[in-house]
Structure formats: C-alpha cells, structure tokens
Design a protein around this ligand. Structure first.
Ligand code: OGA
Ligand code: MN
Length: 220
C-alpha cells in the first residue's frame, strides 16, 4: 500500500522527490525515501516540547569539525517523553532488525539562515541507515553522487515528514540541506525558517557486533 512500511520495499511519495534522471530515481528506489505527514501536528508540537529544553542548553554555532554546517545547535539527549519513545518505535522498521536505531536521536536545530553542506555521515560513527523527521520549516534535502556529480536526487521535506537514507543513498551520495537562497524544489520556492530535525542512526558494524540470540553476555 502507498504509505505502507518503511523497509527496503518502501517507496517514496513521488510528489516529494525529484531526480536528475528516471534511471537515477530507479537506482535509489527504496534507498532514499520521504513520507509526508509521518507525524500529526499534535505529535510534532509534543516532540518539540520534549526537545526544546535540551536544545536551549546549547548555543548556536557557525561551523563543525566534520561537516559543513552553519547556524545550528544540536543535542543527543532529546527523547525522554512519550512522544519521543513512540516516534522511536515508529521509525525502527526503517532499520535492519539486527541493526536497530540508537535509542537517543540527534536533534539538529537550524536557524532560518543555517544549512548543512554536502557530506557523507561518518562511516566510523554511523551505520547503514539514517532516518530524519523534519519539524517547523520545510526544506530541501539534496543527494549528489560522489562518482557522478551530475546525478542528484532532491527530497522535499515538509514539516512532519520522515526521510530515510540507506545503502547507496547513504554511502555513495553526499546529502545536504539547502540554504535559504538556494532552497527550491524544481520551480517551487521553499522558504527556510527555523527547522528542527530528529535524526535516528544505527551503529556501524564492527566494533560492537550485536550478540547472536542465546549467546552469553560479554564480560563487564
Ligand atoms: C547531519 C545531517 C540532515 C538533516 O546532521 O548529518 O545530514 O535532516 N542532517 O538535518
Ligand atoms: Mn548527515
């Protein structure tokens, strides 16, 4: 069903996705997707109430060691209340069952003039799947192929929408949130206001492989 699951069979809402070519759209099918209206306005308001106190403890920054990002503040300790826990349960099916999302979301607060430049999330710290819920302002997320920069995909992120990046979309493409002056979705101007994103990630394979069922607990 359209709007159904979030697993690898899932499809993006076509009205929210633009691609440099039909071939590219096909290649990233199920790997880069966006769902409008993933949370209701009431849930969005409750989530914001839950994360604002954590955000307010930080100051807005103008750059970051690992990614080109401006006009932002962030926290990792956002999800304490019922709405956050409910959201975590609802995004979990986007992740492989043996690599579930970490229990705390990355909460990223972008000023109207802030943006996230093109980058690939650290393979050292982040696993195969990224799921982001957008709140407050609409924005445009652009993916661009590392190998063939003329190949791109754009997702329109409306408030309350969820996007998922995995596989090639996560590893072989950069992603970015466009700055206000470049914030267009085709011919549609997408004016940027303050945007808060709740971003869920899993752990990379390797250092802490999940224990096979029934295996003894590791020491310590
Ligand atoms: C990031 C990032 C995208 C977003 O913080 O690494 O890509 O949705 N953010 O804000
Ligand atoms: Mn990122």
């Amino acid at each position: 069903s359209p709007g159904g699951g979030l697993g690898p069979e899932a499809e993006a809402d076509p009205a929210l996705l633009r691609a440099s070519s039909p071939e590219l759209a096909r290649r990233l099918r199920g790997l880069a997707l966006v769902r409008g209206g993933f949370v209701s306005e009431g849930e969005a308001a409750e989530l914001l109430r839950e994360v604002e106190p954590g955000l307010r403890r930080g100051r807005y920054q103008s750059d970051h060691w690992d990614r080109a990002i401006t006009g932002y503040r962030e926290t990792e300790r956002g999800l304490r209340g019922g709405a956050g826990r409910a959201l975590l349960l609802r995004v979990t099916p986007a992740f492989p069952s043996r690599r579930p999302p970490r229990p705390s979301a990355h909460v990223l607060d972008l000023l109207p003039g802030g943006c996230v430049g093109p980058h690939v999330d650290s393979v050292k710290f982040c696993g195969c799947t990224i799921a982001g819920l957008s709140l407050l302002s609409p924005s445009v997320l652009r993916l661009r192929s590392l190998r063939d920069p003329q190949d791109w995909l754009e997702l329109l992120l409306e408030p309350g929408s969820l996007y998922v990046l995995r596989g090639a979309a996560r590893y072989e493409f950069t992603h970015e949130i466009l700055p206000d002056e470049e914030s267009f979705f085709g011919g549609l101007r997408v004016p940027r206001g303050r945007r808060v994103a709740l971003i869920f990630r899993n752990d990379p394979p390797g250092e802490n492989p999940p224990n096979p069922p029934g295996s003894p607990k590791p020491p310590g």
